[in-house]
Design a protein around this ligand. Sequence first.
Ligand SMILES: NC(=O)c1ccc[n+]([C@@H]2O[C@H](COP(=O)([O-])OP(=O)(O)OC[C@H]3O[C@@H](n4cnc5c(N)ncnc54)[C@H](O)[C@@H]3O)[C@@H](O)[C@H]2O)c1
Length: 267
Amino acid sequence: MTRKATYQFAGKTILITGGAGDIGKATAHRFAANGASLALLDLNEPKMTDVAEELKAYNVPVGTFRCDVTSADDVAKAFTSAIEQLGRIDYIFNNAGYQGIFAKTDEYPEDDFEKVIEINVIGVFHILKAAAQHLRDIGGGAIVNMASYAGVVGPPNMLAYGASKFAVIGMTQTAAKDLAPYNIRVNALSPALIGPGFMWTRQTQLQAAVGSQYFDADPKVVEQQMIDSVAMRRLGSLEEVANGVAFLMSEEASYITGFNLEVTGGL
Ligand SMILES: NC(=O)c1ccc[n+]([C@@H]2O[C@H](COP(=O)([O-])OP(=O)(O)OC[C@H]3O[C@@H](n4cnc5c(N)ncnc54)[C@H](O)[C@@H]3O)[C@@H](O)[C@H]2O)c1
């Protein structure tokens, strides 16, 4: 018996928010290598253009669309432009996010709390809703919402970020139920310590600076403390995160919905 190659995305179009960031870029490479067309959405146009330039190596259609996910208007316009340019969108990676500042709960600033919720909850909602409407209209598809292990176990000094990612997992469970009748699967992905990358460097430096009982004041020591908390004793790579996204979107996951895939190395 011959077996069909798995995780092939030729003929499919995938929309990635936060497409200029570390995980968005790694995921774009993964899908382009598997033959997909891509719609990248991000606030950061220069970085997004750089990613699109790199993706030319795969010879697949790539569109870039400036979009602030906190604006429902921006999101609607970006979806319309992406569909006009690329035909249709089959899969949506709802990935744009902001980590917030690091502070103890009694000192967490209101404005940053609101910013985190605005991007990670309201922004994710806008994309989820636009994705649901488009996929409903074309007869189905799949959505992967980017959560975090911070949405499974509340991390110290990350009050807003943890809350926002718990919300993403909650929205995933409800949306999976609401959208199943339209043949739309909705799953979440929860990475933990991923690197190298902007978020890894930032979090070790900021956890060190908070001066809490949980981590050392030296970022290098914090790195080791964090890695020692993982069963596999190493960081997960950006490619390993992209593999999780590809699995959840693939036909291999055709009966999986409302699920939160923890990419944690056994944290
Ligand atoms: N890297 C990690 O360790 C890690 C772990 C768990 C979860 N995550 C989640 O993965 C996602 C991507 O993280 P990353 O590591 O690639 O970070 P990153 O900072 O490299 O990328 C985030 C991207 O989101 C974009 N963005 C921010 N606000 C936006 C807005 N309002 N509208 C449109 N785009 C906006 C940024 O411009 C950036 O390109 C985030 O949701 C993050 O919370 C990351």
